[in-house]
Ligand binder design. Structure first.
Ligand code: FAQ
Length: 327
């Protein structure tokens, strides 16, 4: 089925009575905070919104393997290397759960990957920044996984059952990732002056891109209102970003690091950030960030190199289907 993620245009008042009853049942389920399951009737716009968001999320997980994967061969100890290999494998696994969740909506993962490779679907801007030092790996765990958890814990209560259930396991693993990043950052921040400098420079590089992960400000977010009405998103982009800032500034202070925001202030209740450079966010989102081309080239090459694995898996499945049918 071709993927069309444009918003649905049908006017509800034109719907036939049966259609109106289906819509009412769907809406009642949403209103009572129930779960919509793959075989339930759902509005076409709801289905398209979920495909768009879940596919982008899956793409982010698999492209997100690249910045940290860059450091597997150069991790500073065997312990750090084994942790990093496990983390990067987890990210591949998250991609697989998410492509499976998207497939329950009637799309094929091959088609979603094709859309990614042709630049027709997005992945998170955060993965278009380079990892220039080992401290960047620590900063990704602390900040990027920290932001991902803040965004994804509410998705465990998403109205679409398969996505919500996938998020429960993903969030447990992301929580480990965040803690290992903070632990690695703690070691660097408490180390030699050179290590402390590495930690500070990594925070300087990743702070603002991490804030951008939450998406455009609420006034510039075209999808939020409908996604919140459908119970896909539970909080707005700005609400989640604020929660992240409130949680993370005290962590930076604990580490003895300085958040690279001269306008950051505490208003008695919240840590209030200075203005985000939205032109940078939109530039990276359009494909002109520091590593967009490099990431896509590596992704397409990995897909092509893996063709024989997919063919072998299909041949194996076909062989076993014949054996099972004959038994
Ligand atoms: N990058 O109207 P909204 C991770 C797009 S996973 C690129 O606010 P929405 C794990 C947005 O798609 C990180 N594009 O959109 C890990 C839309 O464009 P479209 C990924 C962005 O969907 C850790 C347009 O802007 N997480 O980190 C971004 O309601 C470490 C307008 O925006 C998820 O995907 C962005 N940052 O809200 C892996 C979580 N922000 O599609 C490895 C699930 C916005 O209309 C290492 N997704 N856009 O053409 C969500 O929660 C939502 O989709 C948002 C965006 C909040 C990201």
């Amino acid at each position: 089925m071709p993927v069309d993620t444009a918003p649905e245009q049908a006017a509800p008042e034109q719907a036939a009575p049966e259609q109106a009853a289906l819509e009412q049942r769907f809406q009642d389920e949403i209103d009572r905070d129930g779960r919509i399951e793959p075989r339930d009737w759902m509005p076409e716009g709801y289905r398209r919104t979920l495909i768009r968001q879940i596919a982008q999320h899956a793409h982010s997980e698999i492209i997100g393997m690249q910045p940290e994967g860059n450091w597997i061969t150069r991790a500073p100890s065997l312990r750090r290397k084994s942790i990093l290999v496990a983390k990067v494998q987890d990210e591949a696994g998250h991609g697989l759960y998410l492509y499976s969740a998207a497939e329950t909506l009637g799309v094929d993962r091959e088609e979603l990957l094709d859309l990614l490779h042709r630049g027709r679907q997005k992945y998170s801007t955060i993965f278009n920044y380079p990892t220039t030092s080992w401290a960047d790996v620590a900063a990704i765990g602390w900040l990027v996984d920290g932001a991902a958890i803040m965004n994804q814990v509410p998705l465990t209560r998403c109205s679409y059952g398969p996505y919500a259930r996938a998020m429960i396991r993903v969030c447990k693993e992301e929580s480990f990732h965040q803690r290992q990043g903070f632990e690695a950052m703690t070691v660097l921040a408490g180390g030699t002056p050179a290590q402390q400098q590495m930690a500070q420079q990594a925070l300087d590089r990743w702070w603002w891109p991490a804030l951008m992960m939450f998406g455009p400000s609420d006034t510039e977010s075209p999808n939020s209102a409908q996604s919140m009405a459908w119970g896909i998103k539970r909080f707005s982009n700005d609400e989640l970003r604020q929660r992240f800032v409130d949680a993370t500034v005290p962590q930076a202070q604990h580490l003895g690091l300085t958040v690279p925001d001269p306008d950051l202030r505490f208003d008695g209740e919240h840590w209030v950030s200075g203005e985000i450079d939205w032109s940078e966010f939109f530039t990276v989102m359009r494909g002109d960030g520091p590593c967009n081309r490099e990431r896509m080239t590596a992704r397409v090459a990995a897909h092509e190199d893996g063709a024989w694995v997919r063919e072998a898996a299909q041949a194996y499945a076909a062989k076993h289907a014949v054996i099972t049918a004959a038994a």
